[in-house]
Design a protein around this ligand. Sequence first.
Ligand SMILES: [Zn+2]
Length: 67
Amino acid sequence: MSPTRVKCPTCQRDLDWQSAPFRPFCSERCRLIDLGAWLSEQRAIPGESAPAPENPVTEERGPKGET
Ligand SMILES: [Zn+2]
């Protein structure tokens, strides 16, 4: 069986999937770098959750002509 070769998402280095302790990263360092980048991206997005737009109360009238 040939070892599964994957590329580290951070540094694009080839590594063996089976033997990589920090897979899919080649090292803990790359994992932390990627995690940090991900977290900073999350922080870039305003934390406030946008309130759902309120639907204006529309007057629903029944079918016209119904008595
Ligand atoms: Zn790496």
